[in-house]
Design a protein around this ligand. Structure first.
Ligand code: GLC
Ligand code: CA
Length: 570
């Protein structure tokens, strides 16, 4: 696997390097409402991000990805967008956005924003127009409206269940006050799906991509990238679990997921990305069969695609090795680099996942998008999580990830070793629609979205001068930034050191597996003599010759202990 630097010799080397900045970037995900609150109203804001740019710079990241900050009623944490080309007044203004972008750029940090093209919110002007304009109108053609079944249209067009539970169809009241048509929503009822067969929808998203690109945004994370185009032919009505993504078709003809024609959209978008210098980048959130990632990641498409395989894996050497090998090969097929990630705003934090008593705890039901968190309800109580073991393994896994070729995604708070907040969030404080619409089955994703502790004392632990929109447990104090900054043995100091070394050592996108003392140890090297060794086993192992650069846990008598990673220069 060599990088594509040689691909076009007519372009100056510097431009090329810049155009390829994403290939091995480390990207830090900010969930804006929970990062930092500058005006003390309990909700994180863009000025809060700006005020923490020095912190982000010290962490050594290359880019931030901001989850949606657009006007929203927050029916789904901002993934229900009222207006794609504005900032939610609850968290700032476009001027604040420009200021933030300038400050990040000044610090050498790129900016990636989240585009949510599968659905808008039900407060979007277009949706309001669609309801008001009535049956058969052009305005309704921007969404997916159908007449219901039954004598009076009182039954949904089919029995499909939405991802957040309940029917995937919602009935509206027509302008004349009578019960009316039904609209389709993959997620919550407040998130009506767009009709991507409509050219107006295409044109509007192109305007949005240009709007943010013109404002200096460096790239986009594309939400539910594999779901935009649909075939709602009644022939598929019998497929009950069609929305869960469990039964993906591999032929590109599934009624919802990963249809071949979705790539026509991304081919259009690629032309827009390439109008800019350097070209804007994009990364697909596409939960598809691994071998079908290449098309999302192609240089004629979005350019890169998330790979959630490590996030879904057990902490086991053989599993990690296979996933790494497979994904480097898939990436090579697409010409892109791969991405790695352990935590994000949709899953249980990895410091908690890895602390579950059962080693096989990482099955799909427990960590996936919204199917997750069951363990908190039926798998055990929070006090059954071994937080020490969890953090130890999380650090080992992250250090391994940071040595891999490709780009690494970090989620706010993982650099503090933060644990998931579990049952301490009372039902009346919960926000996630997955909790409300699927009560008793899912606890939802609020536990990884609790505002960050910046200070060990004081209101909302330094999140802001006021409260916190999701309650922070007392133990957050122990994880606060101010305490960790002073402590060379803290998780934060470990992350900073690892990121600095990654910058220094990262070179060509190549990896070679090295012999290891036993099957529970993974050892690989990168060009230039950078070695990464992880002990997934239970007994300490000897390290090869070389200069020790960093270890995720102290060596024991010169040996690498269980659940730890070491980097050597050899
Ligand atoms: C993606 C987001 C998730 C959101 C969903 C619907 O999976 O990551 O947070 O709920 O899309 O937009
Ligand atoms: Ca605020």
């Amino acid at each position: 696997m060599t990088s594509m630097l040689a691909a076009d010799s007519s372009v100056a080397r510097n431009d090329l390097d810049d155009a390829l900045w994403w290939r091995q970037a480390s990207v830090y995900q900010i969930y804006p409402r929970s990062f930092a609150d500058a005006n003390g109203d309990g909700i994180g804001d863009l000025k809060g991000v700006t005020s923490r740019v020095p912190y982000l710079k010290a962490l050594g990241i290359d880019a931030v990805w901001l989850s949606p900050f657009y006007p929203s009623a927050l029916a789904d944490g901002g993934y229900d967008v009222d207006d794609y080309r504005d900032v939610d007044p609850k968290i700032g203004t476009l001027e604040d956005f420009d200021e933030m972008t300038a400050a990040l750029h000044q610090a050498g940090i790129k900016v990636i924003v989240d585009i949510v093209p599968n659905h808008s919110s039900d407060r979007h002007t277009w949706f309001l127009e669609a309801v008001a304009a009535g049956r058969g109108s052009a305005a309704r053609e921007r969404y997916i409206f159908r007449d219901g079944k039954g004598e009076h249209g009182e039954l949904p067009p089919n029995n499909w269940t939405a991802i957040f539970g309940g029917s995937s169809w919602q009935r509206i009241t027509e302008p004349d006050g009578t019960p009316g048509q039904w609209y389709f929503h993959l997620f919550a009822p407040e998130q009506p799906d767009f009709n991507w067969k409509n050219p107006e929808v295409h044109a509007d998203f192109e305007t949005t991509l240009r709007f943010w690109s013109d404002r200096g945004v460096d790239g986009f994370r594309i939400d539910v990238a594999h779901g935009l185009t649909k075939n709602l032919d009644p022939a598929f009505d019998h497929l009950k679990s069609v929305l869960s993504g469990q039964d993906l078709f591999e032929d590109g003809q599934h009624p919802i997921w990963d249809r071949d024609e979705v790539h026509d959209i991304y081919a259009e978008w690629r032309k827009i990305f390439n109008e800019y210098t350097p070209p804007r980048i994009a990364v697909a959130e596409a939960w598809v069969e691994p071998h079908r990632r290449a098309r999302y990641a192609s240089s004629e498409g979005l350019g890169q695609s998330f790979n959630f395989d490590l996030l879904q894996a057990d902490f086991r050497a053989a599993d990690f090795r296979k996933i790494i090998g497979d994904n480097l090969a898939f990436a090579a097929d697409s010409g892109a680099s791969t991405t790695w990630v352990f935590s994000n705003h949709d899953v249980v934090r990895h410091a908690t996942r890895y602390g579950l008593q059962r080693t096989g705890a990482q099955d799909e039901a427990q960590i996936m998008n919204v199917g997750g968190k069951q363990w908190l309800l039926d798998g055990g109580r929070q006090d059954e999580v071994d937080t020490e073991l969890g953090l130890r393994r999380a650090k080992a896994a992250t250090q391994l990830m940071l040595a891999l070729p490709g780009s690494a995604y970090l989620y706010q708070g993982e650099e503090l070793g933060l644990q998931e907040v579990g049952e301490e969030i009372a039902d009346e404080h919960r926000q996630d629609p997955a909790f409300f619409r699927n009560k008793g089955v899912e606890i939802g994703r609020d536990g990884c979205r609790v505002p960050l502790p910046w200070e060990s004392q004081g209101s909302s632990y330094g999140f802001g001068a006021g409260g916190s929109h999701l309650p922070q447990p007392q133990w957050f104090s122990r994880y606060a930034v101010d305490a960790q900054e002073q402590d060379p043995a803290s998780t934060l100091s470990f992350y900073r050191r690892a990121m600095a070394l990654r910058h220094e050592l990262q070179s060509a996108e190549e990896l070679a597996w090295e012999a290891s003392p036993n099957e529970h140890v993974l050892h690989f090297s990168r060009p230039g003599g950078w070695h990464s060794i992880t002990n997934f086993g239970t007994t300490p192992v000897a390290l090869p010759e070389g200069e020790l650069l960093l270890a995720s846990a102290p060596l024991e008598d010169g040996l690498l202990p269980a659940n730890a990673t070491a980097w050597l220069r050899a």
